[in-house]
Design a protein around this ligand. Structure first.
Ligand SMILES: *Cc1c(COP(=O)(O)O)cnc(C)c1O
Length: 355
């Protein structure tokens, strides 16, 4: 267990990222995606600051998170949930007036049945190739016809049409976009009048204007987590808002003793397995008071760094916006995505918010 480690979140840096996003995607709206506790940065401070900065759409993923955001932000926020599982979720989503993502005809029926006299705001999801919870193109005509019937019966309002794309290759994404455009045309032909079309997440929203439509759903770049092997932070105009820090643990002597081979022992910082992935060992370099040093090993209690003579009460920034390297820098070396090292930071490590 760690005592002194902390994850500091710079909310001014977050606001600057939001401004960079707004400038890049305008006139499209930015829906801020906050799944997984705002990518481990802490839900409440993040959505409060986003609201103060003018963000009006929040992407919650699940209904429980959507309900929390409703509590935090009040009536005016538009909150999108797209993972509804079972009748209890539908009841809760309707009561909290969430915008519901609907990717199956079964869920469409459940929402219409559970609408309780409300016209539930729904966003119909076409499967454009990712095969992750969407209506297949061959079933789309029946789906939108059914949605139109429920609209006329005042059970639902079709606010949006949306999909999620792989953002893996431009060619595949272009095929997805063509499927999306056809689905929108078919929905309009069925009498629907969706006002919010949304397809892109961070990478496609930044790279390609034709993917922006009315709204983009951006999480990663808002927290300053750039894509692996993609454009740099400077090119994107964003920076990581979180920094993981830990204190150097006192060694018995001010000057570390040498071992039998005359090698000074590594320096331990107070951060165990709930801080950074063990794969960081030998792949992560940190700035210390004596210059750059490599992380050698992650143990259950402490993280070991190449030797130096620490200042009294020295604190080391291990990863993030104010550290030498970012989560995505590390991710690129260990074969993952920047979200992973951040999401691995245990909830037991306190979050501290600046300013
Ligand atoms: C997570 C998620 C996003 C946000 O993706 P980023 O790459 O973090 O911007 C957008 N849409 C859906 C459906 C998601 O699940």
């Amino acid at each position: 267990m760690s005592n002194t480690a902390e994850f500091t979140v710079n909310l001014d840096a977050f606001a600057a990222n939001l401004a960079a996003i707004r400038e890049r995607v305008a006139p499209a709206d930015h829906m801020l995606v906050v799944k997984d506790d705002a990518y481990a940065h802490g839900l409440a401070p993040i959505v409060e600051r986003a609201w103060a900065e003018g963000v009006r759409w929040i992407g919650a993923l699940d209904v429980a998170t959507g309900m929390q955001v409703r509590q935090i932000l009040g009536d005016e926020a538009r909150i999108f949930a797209w993972m509804l599982q079972g009748p209890a979720d539908v009841t809760d989503a309707v009561a909290a007036r969430l915008d519901c993502g609907v990717g199956s005809i079964a869920l469409l029926h459940e929402i219409a049945a559970g609408s309780a006299g409300e016209r539930v705001a729904v966003h119909l999801k076409i499967d454009t190739g990712l095969h992750r919870n969407g209506v297949r193109p061959e079933a789309w005509a029946d789906f939108v016809a059914q949605a139109r019937e429920y609209e006329l019966a005042e059970r639902i309002r079709v606010v949006g049409i949306w999909s999620h794309i792989a953002e893996a290759s431009d060619g595949e994404d272009d095929i997805s976009r063509a499927v999306f455009d056809e689905a929108v045309a078919a929905a309009r032909a069925a009498g629907l009048a969706p006002e919010k079309l949304h397809l892109a997440a961070s990478a496609a929203a930044f790279a390609r204007a034709e993917y922006r439509y009315d709204m983009v759903r951006i999480g990663a770049f808002a927290y300053g987590i750039r894509s692996t092997d993609g454009p740099s932070d400077d090119e994107l105009g964003i920076r990581p808002i979180g920094t993981l820090r830990a204190s150097v643990l006192p060694s018995d002597d001010a000057v570390p003793a040498l071992d039998d081979d005359g090698v000074p022992p590594p320096v331990a910082v107070d951060l165990g397995w709930n801080g950074i992935p063990s794969l960081a060992a030998k792949h992560l370099t940190v700035q210390t008071s004596a210059g750059q040093r490599q992380v050698i090993r992650v143990t259950a209690d402490v993280t070991l760094i190449e030797p130096w003579t620490p200042e009294p009460d020295e604190i080391v920034a291990l990863l993030g916006g104010e550290a030498l390297e970012t989560a995505t820098d590390l991710a690129e070396r260990i074969g993952t995505i920047g979200e992973e090292p951040i999401l691995r930071i245990s909830p037991l490590i306190p979050r501290r918010y600046l300013p």
